[in-house]
Design a protein around this ligand. Structure first.
Ligand code: ADP
Length: 543
């Protein structure tokens, strides 16, 4: 759009290197700490991070990486990966974070689909890449993240470099090229529970605006005095934007490596003075269990940002007992990921404790920058009445407009809203509540049953470790809910006991038709329950 009457303010591009340079200039001595594969800690500060990143940027350009090229990363949450984030995007190429927990076929598919030219790989993943290399015709160069000799030179990979050797001779004074803020900067594939994964292509502008948003007090509330530790992998929606927001605010930053078990995370929390963490609930359950078993406190931890699945009430309460506030965010790879956040507005702040707790179990309210509507089956927009459920659509400067290479077709509607695939409603106070993902919805006698609500309540039973509710085919009602649970070690549960526990807490017609104890929950590559597998396995259970 051409500006007819331009304002007289400077035209400052919102680019990713500007975040890094801000941190180096204004918070240069603030520490960044990374756990290495052998468990030891690597420590440096924003000045050194920026120096090494500029060296890496020059090294990538020497390798022939150009504006618009895609560079893949297969790496844990460590300082190498953080440097790659900034170096790759900073020279105008696209940082494609690959989820190593996907099936090999999917990894091969996304590397080829994205057209990765270079792969930056942790020592851990060299074997994986060697097994795929014959099917990766477009990858020209492989860079192993470590010093020369950290792993024996892989015989099957052509054109291999070691990161440390590659950057060592480069100048720290590299000047970032000027970039249009709308250029592509990062690429992350959704996990593709159905069909092939689809690529979400972020831009410099979307990334910087999203960082500004998440840092705000009513969102993740990040400050220079915080010590932030993302336990969401850097390959999962860019660790929820924290590597960028941490530089923006100048927070101390902890990268926990691949060790996301309770004892490792808790030792970092306590030893490094971590104040804010993020991740899916399963990770924090193991931290809690370890702290409770060993009778350890949570150090200076204040805030736990939970997303990816609903915040379990029991988790909120157990953390609260230890003085830590669990805050729920809702979002998806396609929303960068902040979509809504479960923080009080004025009306909610004034509620009784019980009502406020109840209200904040909803997925939350909208930050500036995200617009949302609920579309009913007849195509009309639902009123904000806290009851009219339908498909959730979102719009905003950090929301995807389409998938890479047009996969899935044109998705936004005439008003520019993107379909999330989630089902829910918005209440009078502007709080959205998800009842299900549309593919997990249980439709019994034409009415929707919320699996998320039943799972939360079942999860409060003292014997239950994880709970999942899925639909099974039913001759009379089309579908009926089944409750599948795994148990805490040493516990037993009979199904009547669980049904008695649910009695009075959920509507009678929501009562699961069967309660089934299983040994292990199938999990997705991003740490969520793989409901599709359960649904397929138990679809005929009531027939
Ligand atoms: P995938 O799970 O396919 O890897 P994402 O990580 O982008 O993809 O997941 C996004 C989905 O996760 C959302 O569409 C929603 O269904 C679910 N989700 C995210 N946050 C929450 C939350 N707070 N409560 C319930 N569901 C959530």
């Amino acid at each position: 759009m051409k500006t007819l009457n331009p304002g007289l303010m400077q035209d400052f591009s919102l680019t990713i290197p500007s975040l890094l340079e801000h941190a180096a200039t204004n918070h240069g001595g603030t520490e960044v700490v990374a756990r290495l594969l052998d468990g030891t800690l690597f420590r440096y500060d924003y000045t050194q991070l920026a120096d090494r990143t500029r060296q890496a940027a020059q090294a990538l350009m020497n390798l022939g990486v150009k504006y618009g090229d895609v560079v893949g990363t297969l790496s844990w949450n460590n300082h190498w990966h953080m440097e790659c984030f900034y170096a790759i995007s900073g020279i105008g190429s696209v940082c494609h974070t690959i989820n190593p927990r996907l099936f090999e076929d999917q990894i091969r598919y996304i590397i080829n689909h994205a057209n990765d030219k270079v792969l930056m790989i942790d020592q851990d993943f060299v074997g994986l890449v060697e097994s795929l290399v014959d099917q990766l015709p477009n990858v020209e160069t492989f860079v192993i993240l470590g010093a020369k000799g950290c792993v024996p030179e892989p015989s099957k990979l052509p054109n291999v470099h070691y990161y440390e050797a590659l950057i060592a001779q480069e100048p720290t004074g590299f000047e970032w090229p000027e970039l249009d803020e709308r250029s592509a900067s990062g690429l992350c594939y959704t996990s593709g529970t159905t069909g092939n994964p689809k690529g979400v292509l972020y831009s410099h502008r979307s990334t910087v605006l999203h960082s500004m948003a998440i840092a705000q007090p009513d969102n993740l509330s990040l400050s220079a005095t915080d010590c932030v530790m993302p336990a969401a992998p850097l390959y999962h929606a860019q660790s929820w934007g924290l590597p960028y927001a941490a530089c923006m605010v100048g927070a101390k930053f902890i990268l926990p490596g691949r060790q996301l078990d309770g004892p490792s995370l808790l030792s970092l929390i306590r030893d490094e003075g971590v104040t804010a963490v993020c991740g899916v609930p399963t990770i924090w359950t193991s931290v809690l269990e370890h702290a409770e078993k060993e009778n350890l406190d949570l150090g200076k931890l204040q805030r736990l940002l939970i997303g990816g699945t609903a915040l379990p009430t029991t988790m909120r309460d157990r953390f609260r007992d230890k003085g830590v506030a669990a805050v729920q965010i809702w979002g998806m790879t396609e929303t960068s990921p902040l979509g809504t956040i479960g923080k009080p507005n004025r009306a909610v702040a004034n509620m009784s404790d019980v009502d406020r707790d109840q209200q904040l179990l909803k997925q939350g309210r909208l930050p500036y920058g995200v617009q949302m509507k609920v579309v009913l089956e007849d195509g009309s927009t639902a009123p904000r009445d806290g009851a009219s459920s339908g498909d959730i659509w979102v719009k905003g400067p950090w929301i995807a407009s389409e998938y890479l290479h047009g996969d899935g077709g044109a998705l936004v509607d005439a008003d520019g809203f993107f379909p999330t695939g989630d089902v829910g409603h918005i209440d009078e106070l502007g709080y959205m509540k998800i009842t299900d993902r549309s593919k997990d919805v249980i439709k019994s006698g034409g009415e929707w049953i919320s699996s998320i609500d039943i799972e939360d309540i079942a999860g409060r039973h003292p014997a239950v470790s994880m709970a999942a509710v899925v639909a099974a085919a039913h001759s009379k009602w089309d579908e009926r809910p089944l409750l599948l649970v795994t148990l805490i070690e040493g516990q037993t549960l009979d199904s009547q006991e669980m049904l008695d526990f649910l009695e009075g807490k959920i509507a009678k017609w929501w009562m699961p038709d069967a309660v089934i104890v299983i040994d292990e929950m199938p999990m997705t590559a991003t740490g969520k329950i793989r409901k599709l597998t359960l649904r397929e396995a138990y679809w005929e259970h009531l027939s």
